[in-house]
Design a protein around this ligand. Structure first.
Ligand SMILES: Nc1ncnc2c1ncn2[C@@H]1O[C@H](COP(=O)(O)OP(=O)(O)O)[C@@H](O)[C@H]1O
Ligand SMILES: O=C(OP(=O)(O)O)[C@H](O)COP(=O)(O)O
Length: 394
């Protein structure tokens, strides 16, 4: 059983809240998209409104990445989004951070610095060891409770995610609560269950396909994006040199597993029947039977969308992860547009993945029952895996 904010006595309490506001960062180093900040408004506003002193913990990017920045612009945007006053401090667990926490007024918010500026945060630990790290030992003494609302990072057993509930009472925030409700009972969703696996994280998606086909969770898997190209490749189709290069780049060492899936589940595993390429600057659709071509396959074609729509029209649940094509280029958005629209014919639709959710916003698509804030974490749930953050709260 996991406690929620309904179980927390917030008035006057210093509450550490781990959120996931890891966002695309523009060339000027500020936020390019604030959808994850908006997702956490409910939890942060509710705690401030109930008189808590809200201390926000979050990460941005990874060491060495060009999106590895301070949380200053995140704090400024939260200040715009929240009715409560929002301060920022460029410290996380030092004396300076503790002083600022102890000086907070009830009903106000303090955003601490990027947790990943500190080396132990990018390692993974069992909760008891995470509780002994400098971050948790330094900050826990000035907190009265801990809330984890960071569903999108729940698959990371990092100190700010799994360490605090060892020392403090732990609660699920409203985002975490909603995500666990929607994704935690995938085995009880309506059947037939159709997984639409696209995008470019081919190694992860082949793992997901294996898990949901071997476990019987999936009645059908519709492949698109680089994932679809990878299955075409292992089925013996010569995609052309460029597409084959991308497949080998992205599939890692999972192509043999893709081959096994194709031979064991050929009836449930659907592959594109046509693709779209760029020729003289235009979108040109090419039947798989007419491959190879030298141009890279950038989208699924309209015949594939139609074939997949036929499967989706009888679906009980449709689970989407990964765009069908390079939707960022208007010439190659038609596959994602058509496939995602067709998926809304299902009784219940779940979307997972940062870029997948971005594609839905970009294409102005509606009608999905649950759009997850997570990618890897959502996939872990959709394949029935447990999440370290959830186990730590339990
Ligand atoms: N055929 C394709 N060739 C190259 N890239 C593709 C293709 N189809 C989709 N993509 C890319 O996949 C990316 C998103 O994939 P992924 O990161 O797996 O999604 P998510 O973040 O939702 O898990 C998009 O940026 C899109 O441009
Ligand atoms: O964006 C995230 O993951 P996602 O791309 O799987 O949605 C989370 O913030 C976790 O970030 P990480 O993958 O750097 O640990």
């Amino acid at each position: 059983m996991i406690r929620t904010l309904d179980d927390l006595d917030a008035q006057g309490a210093a509450v550490g809240v781990r959120v996931d506001i890891n966002s695309p960062i523009g060339a000027d180093g500020t936020l390019d998209d604030d959808s994850r900040l908006r997702a956490h408004r409910e939890t942060l506003a509710e705690l401030a409104d109930r008189g808590a002193r809200v201390v926000v913990l979050a990460h941005q990017g990874r060491p060495g990445g060009d999106d590895f920045t301070t949380l200053e612009s995140h704090a400024a945007r939260l200040g715009d989004l929240l009715p409560a006053s929002v301060e920022y401090v460029d410290a996380t667990f030092s004396a300076a951070a503790r002083e600022r926490v102890e000086g907070l007024d009830d009903g106000t918010v303090l955003v601490l610095e990027n947790t990943r500026f500190y080396s132990e945060e990018v390692l993974q630990f069992p909760p008891e060891d995470a509780a002994e790290t400098h971050l948790v030992r330094g900050l826990a003494p000035v907190l009265d409770a801990y809330v984890n609302d960071a569903f999108a990072a729940a698959h990371r057993a990092q100190p700010s995610i799994v360490g605090f509930p060892v020392r403090l009472s732990g609660y699920a925030g409203r985002v975490m609560e909603r995500e666990l409700d929607a994704l935690g009972n995938i085995g009880e969703t309506p059947t037939p269950r159709v997984y639409c696996l696209g995008g470019a994280k081919v190694d992860d998606s082949i793992e997901v396909a294996a898990s949901v086909l071997d476990s019987g969770l999936a009645d059908a898997v519709l492949t698109s994006g680089v994932v679809g190209n990878s299955f075409l490749h292992v089925s013996g189709v010569d995609l052309g040199a460029e597409s084959t290069r991308v497949v080998n780049d992205r599939a890692g060492d999972r192509l043999a597993q893709a081959e096994r899936l194709l031979s064991e589940y050929g009836d449930r595993l659907h592959l594109p029947v046509d693709v779209a390429v760029e020729r003289d600057g235009e979108r040109v659709e090419v039947a798989v039977a007419d491959l190879p071509v030298e141009e890279p396959a950038m989208d699924i074609g309209s015949a594939t969308v139609d074939a997949y729509a036929d499967v989706l029209e009888d679906a009980g649940t449709a689970i989407l992860n990964g765009p069908a094509g390079v939707f960022e280029d208007d010439r190659f958005a038609a596959g994602t547009d058509g496939l995602f629209a067709a998926a809304t014919a299902a009784e219940y639709t779940i979307v997972g993945g940062g870029d997948t959710a971005a594609a839905i916003r970009h294409l102005d698509l509606e009608g999905f029952d649950h759009v997850s804030t997570g990618g890897g974490a959502a996939l872990a749930m959709l394949t029935g895996e447990s999440l370290p953050a959830v186990e730590a709260l339990r």
